[in-house]
Design a protein around this ligand. Structure first.
Ligand SMILES: Nc1ncnc2c1ncn2[C@@H]1O[C@H](COP(=O)(O)OP(=O)(O)OP(=O)(O)O)[C@@H](O)[C@H]1O
Length: 393
């Protein structure tokens, strides 16, 4: 994986007495103690995080936890007190903290674009003039600008609105203009600071879907600040949880839900439905963890109700359930098939856990087998594995 942005031991302190505040941080002082003693506010402390190219990396945490502070360090909207913030420029990683003004300008114009919570549109400019604003500043000639702006407006479905002003647009449309403006710079890295939180829930969900759709084509590197865990789980490739200026945990959505690192994270995920994030992969037992019998038979469950016979290539050649021959059928058909105890369903590791559970219900709690893309048997899921994951025990 190529890293697009990397934070290395980043401390950001707001206030005058930065040196003393840093000294206190090193000695383990809390944010409140630093504030009381120096009057300086710790924005973030000791933050290290690598963001891979093409990922959506979500920064999550309660208000004041330091998400925006860290995000804004990427284009030096916030001054870093100590540490490095590296941003990819071709084959080089440029330290934004120490680079000169010309390099910073280059990064801001070509490499890093930003989308704000309150849209940040200029009211006296039309939609197309807003979208083209960054290009204008970068000195892009008018003809090219018009072409690029038209392309981005089409991408977000606003080509008809090019000549309108911000106040003539709904909130959702204004944020689409914000997105188009960021895309128009063709910067590979997008910083998004709670871009959808000013919108009502339905529009918000719609824009999340649109962002994921656009991202599947554009493959930007996105750092996305959110305080909404459902949003983070939906759009994040990885999620970083922040508390009091510190990074507490970084992981995939499944990691966060299955292995919360402390009570703060546990509180966050307490009300999340694990079925909305988990797949068969997260709960499966691998083939080598299962009980094997003679003649290529392998038991799919601990209760030893169901077994498969595998050939030398791990393809299934026979199945038995409760001592009787059984059929193995794909989970994709689960909705169409009647309940039947002679069936054993198979899924792939990417199948949602919800589908796996439906298959268990239809087969009267038979385990579900897992096949890879070449139809080789790779593992299975028993009812106990599902219960463990759902109850997070
Ligand atoms: N420009 C600034 N000057 C002084 N203090 C600041 C500044 N920006 C942020 N802070 C402080 O840094 C801390 C972290 O703020 P930050 O905005 O990063 O939090 P956040 O997690 O993004 O919160 P929110 O979700 O409310 O935006 C807060 O205590 C805040 O008061």
């Amino acid at each position: 994986m190529t890293v697009a942005v990397e934070f290395r031991n980043v401390d950001i302190v707001f206030g005058k007495d930065t040196a003393r505040a840093l000294d206190m941080i090193d000695k383990g002082a809390t944010r409140d103690e630093v504030l009381a003693s120096t009057g300086a506010v710790i924005g973030c402390a000791g933050a290290s995080l690598a963001v891979s190219e093409g990922d959506i990396s979500v920064l999550m945490g309660l208000s004041g936890s330091g998400k925006s502070t860290l995000l804004r360090a990427v284009n030096r909207l916030n001054v870093v007190s100590r540490g490095e913030v590296l941003v990819r420029d071709g084959n080089d990683m440029i330290d934004v903290v120490n680079c000169n003004d010309a390099t910073l300008r280059h990064l801001r114009q070509k490499k890093v674009a930003m989308v704000f919570q309150q849209f940040g549109l200029l009211p006296w400019r039309t939609v197309e003039e807003n979208v083209g604003f960054g290009l204008e500043l970068a000195g892009v000639p008018e003809a090219e600008r018009r072409e690029r702006v038209a392309r981005q407006l089409k991408l977000v479905g606003l080509q008809q609105w090019a000549g309108k002003y911000a106040h003539e647009l709904s909130g959702g449309m204004q944020q689409r203009v914000g997105l188009a403006r960021a895309f128009a710079t063709e910067a590979p890295i997008l910083l998004m600071d709670e871009p959808f939180s000013a919108l009502d829930p339905l529009i918000r969900t719609k824009l999340q879907d649109e962002l994921l759709q656009l991202q599947s084509e554009l493959k930007k590197t996105i750092i996305f600040v959110s305080h909404d865990l459902e949003e983070a789980l939906k759009i994040g490739t990885t999620i970083t949880i922040m508390e009091g200026g510190h990074i507490i945990q970084t992981g995939t959505p499944e990691d966060i839900v299955l292995k919360p690192q402390n009570d703060y994270v546990r509180d966050f995920i307490a009300n999340v439905n694990p079925l909305s994030v988990l797949t068969a992969w997260n709960v499966m037992r691998m083939k080598h963890e299962l009980d094997h019998d003679a003649d290529g038979w392998v038991w799919l469950d601990r209760r030893a109700t169901t077994r498969f016979r595998l050939d030398a290539n791990d393809l299934v050649v026979a199945a038995e359930r409760n001592g009787q021959p059984a059929d193995w059928v794909s989970c994709e058909d689960v909705e169409k098939l009647p309940e039947d105890c002679s069936q054993v369903f198979w899924a792939t590791p990417g199948t949602p856990l919800k589908t796996v559970m439906l298959a268990m219900q239809r087969s009267q709690t038979a385990p579900v087998a897992l096949f890879d893309e070449q139809s080789r048997f790779v593992g299975s899921i028993g009812i106990r594995d599902v219960l463990t994951a759902v109850l997070r025990r």
